[in-house]
Design a protein around this ligand. Sequence first.
Ligand code: MBD
Ligand code: FE
Length: 323
Amino acid sequence: MSVKIFDTPEVQDFLKTVSGFDQSGGNERAKQIMHRLLSDLYRLVDDYDVTPEEFWSSVSVLNALGEGTQFGLLAPGLGFDHYLDMRMDAEDKQRGLSGGTPRTIEGPLYVAGAPEAEGFARMDDGTDSGAEVMWLTGQVRDVDGQPVTGAKVEIWHADSKGGYSFFDPSQSEYNLRRTIITDSQGRYTARSIIPSGYGVPEGCATDQVLKLLGRHGQRPAHIHYFISAPGHKHLTTQINLAGDPYTFDDFAFATREELVIEGRRIEDPAEADKRGLEGPFTEVVFDVELARTDAPELQHRHKRPRALESEEAESQQASQAKV
Ligand code: MBD
Ligand code: FE
């Protein structure tokens, strides 16, 4: 049986009561947003004749999504991270702040406090023995093509099994996570290993939701970056290593054409020797162009809960940016 009650005064009044409109306390914006959210959901229940059984099974899924980082994982799968990027791109365009290397999503697996080095760092702990050695390097430049010295380049990526240190307890602390400060030529260089793509763990709540949609939870091999320098717009981005079957079929919708990079396999022993390497390796070159801005709030990453990032460190970051 199908009943339609959403538009009745009784339901409309009820929504206002539930959203606290008749209460003086609370937060006005929270009330407005909750009212809109609940109105949309109540309407959906009416329009689709959602049964009590369907409703309570959704509640179970929501409970499961509250575990660990599950909703942080489903959010990119449902396109929220990319949608926020699209909005920030549009805002930049409106401000006349376009230009520079494009942004793409941060994802849920950043960990604050990685070791910092000048110019060069080795990122892997040497235990991923089957992995291909990656020589990752690039130059940070401003929009006029001038190198940016002293830029902070934070890099993090998965191991050859697609796992991230901290979240994967089998890896050592800060494995495959480093902060590199660019040298006098604006260059950063890292020795690491070629990462594999990432797959949402089989059977987790995120996997269940994706399966209901007939979708997979795979990401192509990718490397995350935060890049910042005074007077420049903070950049959150990633590169994809070309040739991965999921490059243009990423469950998190992070791929951008400009960010797909072809690694170059180098077998010449002289080239390996020059870099202090023992055998063949793959070189990945990612140059970055930072847009300029005087606005302090655009010079550091936006606030969000992150592993090992304290409120204190965040406010310190904000006050530094204002100097
Ligand atoms: C990842 O490694 C990632 O970058 C995103 C966005 C989601 C899940 C795993
Ligand atoms: Fe990732």
